[in-house]
Write a protein that binds this ligand. Structure first.
Ligand SMILES: N[C@@H](CCC[C@H](N)C(=O)O)C(=O)O
Length: 284
């Protein structure tokens, strides 16, 4: 089977994009294909696979598969790259359009240069979900998880849990370089208190408009960036009174910066870059 692909990244968070407006893929092979394409030695090498497809409720649809073949519900960096791809290939012909994920329908705005290339994308990511059972996280129904003690191995962290359509657990640390990503990331991802697994983020708050961020992603491990994670981080910092709602926050990720704003109407806006790396044929 020959599959046309484009490899793109958002701040180093890189996926293989397949355009299902112009190609067909069998549903039963999607998970296996994500694993194969993501392999750095025998595939293309990536954090996973993203499908750009016709959708019922929006102009464009997006599905994300992690490196291990599991399907995620949402992907912030993937949304910006999908918006760039959709505009530059003519799937859409307006600078504002909607994208449907498994989690929700979001609104994308592309900033285009004189060569008609998308330079930057802003997405209205919708509202964060804070109810424990909707994260989902085990514990008392109807409660939120803000600065809650959480023992992993022999360490007691204080975590805040946020869903951006996909689950995130955010821990504040004093120094980002000392974040226990390698030591605790995998254990947190698979902790039984998160029945669907979780993306684990560590943040160092610099000021009420700036924070450092590192992530261990569910299904992919350490990545350079996570867009939904950056949104969750700003929500967590706000809920812990470190950041003011309605103010733009610069999030410094390993692969670059995102600007995130949790507005008074509860919607979270994310602005950042999206880049095309290469395109070609994958022999499956
Ligand atoms: N990198 C993404 C999130 C991808 C999905 C995530 N690993 C999950 O399983 O929830 C982003 O930029 O948001």
């Amino acid at each position: 089977m020959k599959i046309p692909f484009t490899k793109m990244h958002g701040l180093g968070n890189n996926y293989i994009y397949i355009d299902l407006f112009h190609t067909d893929l069998p549903e039963e092979r999607l998970s296996e294909l994500a694993v194969k394409m993501s392999n750095q030695n025998t595939g293309i090498g990536s954090d996973g696979m993203i499908l750009i497809h016709p959708a019922e409720k929006a102009e464009v649809g997006m599905r994300i598969f992690n490196k291990d073949g599991s399907e995620g519900m949402n992907c912030g960096n993937g949304l910006r790259c999908t918006a760039k791809y959709a505009y530059e290939t003519g799937i859409v012909n307006t600078k504002e359009f909607s994208i449907q994920t498994k989690a929700n329908v979001v609104h994308a705005i592309v900033k285009v240069n004189e060569d008609k290339e998308v330079e930057e994308v802003t997405i209205d990511m919708g509202e964060p979900i804070l109810q424990r059972e909707q994260i989902p996280m085990l514990g008392e129904t109807g409660t939120t998880v803000i600065n809650e003690p959480f023992q992993v191995a022999d360490e007691i962290l204080h975590v805040t849990a946020v869903s951006m359509g996909n689950p995130h657990v955010v821990t504040m640390v004093d120094a980002i370089d000392e974040a226990p990503l390698t030591r605790l990331g995998s254990m947190m991802e698979k902790d039984e208190r998160f029945p669907e697994g979780v993306n684990a983020e560590f943040i160092e708050v610099v000021s009420d408009e700036e924070l450092h961020f590192r992530v261990w992603e569910r299904g992919s491990g350490i990545t350079e960036a996570c867009g939904t994670g950056a949104c969750a981080a700003v929500v967590a910092a706000t809920l812990n009174n470190k950041v003011t709602k309605g103010k733009k926050v610069i999030v410094h990720l390993a692969g670059g910066d995102l600007v995130i704003e949790w507005k008074e109407d509860e919607h979270i806006w994310m602005t950042g870059g999206a880049e095309t790396i290469a395109s070609g044929i994958f022999y499956a």
